[in-house]
Design a protein around this ligand. Structure first.
Ligand code: HEC
Ligand code: HEC
Length: 301
């Protein structure tokens, strides 16, 4: 249907357009006014935004905008402010005694937060992101410590490291018993059986008996008469089921034949004292942290 006079739709009062498809016609409804204004406002907003803010890419650069805003300079300013805000807390952390840190919630929170971040950056490659350790790298979540689990012992281990070139590095050296010829292979096999027996693992009783005598002679000076280890020498407890280098016969044979003597860098050479302290607080908090030892308390006047 097509004609020149206006055709008004009775239901809506709108004009019916003249074209028609298969009997279907269209109403001529103008855009609602609110919509039109909103649309115009967004166009104006976009133009204003281009003028004020960085917007258009150009060769080698971009339009900087009237207020010269830049995410980079904002981040720089924020980082300076954070570093400045941290300084007094960092100083307080270094000055605090072990007991003081836990008693001061703000200081503790600061130490744990920065310790966690520093751990991810510096320690996770060896000890794992959750400090769970790996073969050769101790788990720091448990209460099985090679060198001690009080805050000050942990801090000392982190500061000076283990078996490195630092003068104060934690140090001890288990001999490579078979390689050096101190024990022959049969004797090593007997000692392996004895070590298996210490943690209640399956073992041959006869061989373990012979191994026990060899242990007393060669190993007890570091691992103790009963195999419970010695923290002053970083010698692991052999009676638990926790293994640094593995508890299978093959792993034990390798340990006794060649020795392992793992090493860790002296973090005091690379990190600031406040960072080392924060790491120690973080590691101490992971689950195996011990109180300061009685020896320290009795040393007080
Ligand atoms: C290059 C690998 C490596 C890195 C990185 C590393 N460690 Fe270690 N760490 C070791 C090894 C290996 C040992 C065990 C040494 C031994 O046999 O006594 C160890 C031991 C320790 C111990 C002693 C555990 C105990 O049972 O007494 C602590 C605590 C520790 N690391 C903390 C850290 C912290 C904190 C960092 C990061 C700042 C870190 N480590 C980074 C390799 C590493
Ligand atoms: C001079 C001290 C010393 C002597 C002696 C010594 N050890 Fe060790 N032993 C250590 C230290 C320190 C470690 C751990 C350090 C490392 O290897 O990273 C260790 C590690 C081990 C481990 C690995 C434990 C684990 O958790 O994986 C075994 C097993 C072991 N020793 C058995 C022996 C036996 C058996 C003897 C005697 C034949 C012996 N050791 C003699 C110091 C000693």
């Amino acid at each position: 249907m097509s004609n020149t006079t206006k055709n008004i739709d009775a239901a809506t009062g709108s004009e019916i357009r003249s074209h028609e498809w298969d009997g279907i016609q269209e109403l001529n409804t103008p855009l609602p006014r609110w919509w039109l204004w909103t649309f115009l406002a967004t166009v104006l907003w976009a133009i204003a935004y281009w003028v004020v803010m960085p917007a258009w890419p150009m060769i080698g650069s971009y339009t900087k905008g009237a207020i010269n805003w830049s995410q980079r300079s904002n981040v720089d300013a924020e980082m300076k402010a954070t570093a400045a805000a941290r300084l007094p807390l960092g100083n307080r952390l270094v000055a605090a005694k072990p007991g003081d840190i836990e008693a001061d919630p703000q200081l503790l929170e600061f130490a744990l937060a920065s310790g966690r971040a520093l751990f991810k950056d510096n320690c996770a490659p060896c000890h794992g992101a959750g400090a769970q350790g790996a073969v050769g790298y101790p788990n720091l979540n448990d209460d099985d410590w090679l060198w001690g689990g009080s805050l000050s012992e942990i801090e000392e281990t982190i500061t000076y490291g283990v078996r490195n070139t630092n003068d104060k590095s934690r140090f001890s050296e288990m001999p490579a018993f078979v390689k050096l010829g101190t024990l022959n292979r049969m004797q090593a096999a007997d000692v392996v059986e004895y070590v298996e027996s210490l943690s209640g693992r399956q073992h041959s009783a006869d061989a373990a008996k012979r191994g026990g005598a060899l242990f007393a002679e060669n190993c007890a000076s570091c691992h103790g008469e009963t195999g419970h280890g010695d923290r002053t020498q970083g010698a692991p407890n052999l009676t638990d089921q926790i293994w640094l280098h593995g508890g299978t016969r093959i792993a034990l044979t390798t340990t006794i034949s060649n020795a392992r003597n793992g090493s860790m860098p002296a973090w005091g050479e690379r990190l600031k004292p406040a960072e080392v302290r924060a790491l120690a607080v973080y590691v101490h908090s992971l689950g195996g942290g011990e109180p300061e030892h009685v020896a320290d308390a009795s040393a007080k006047p």
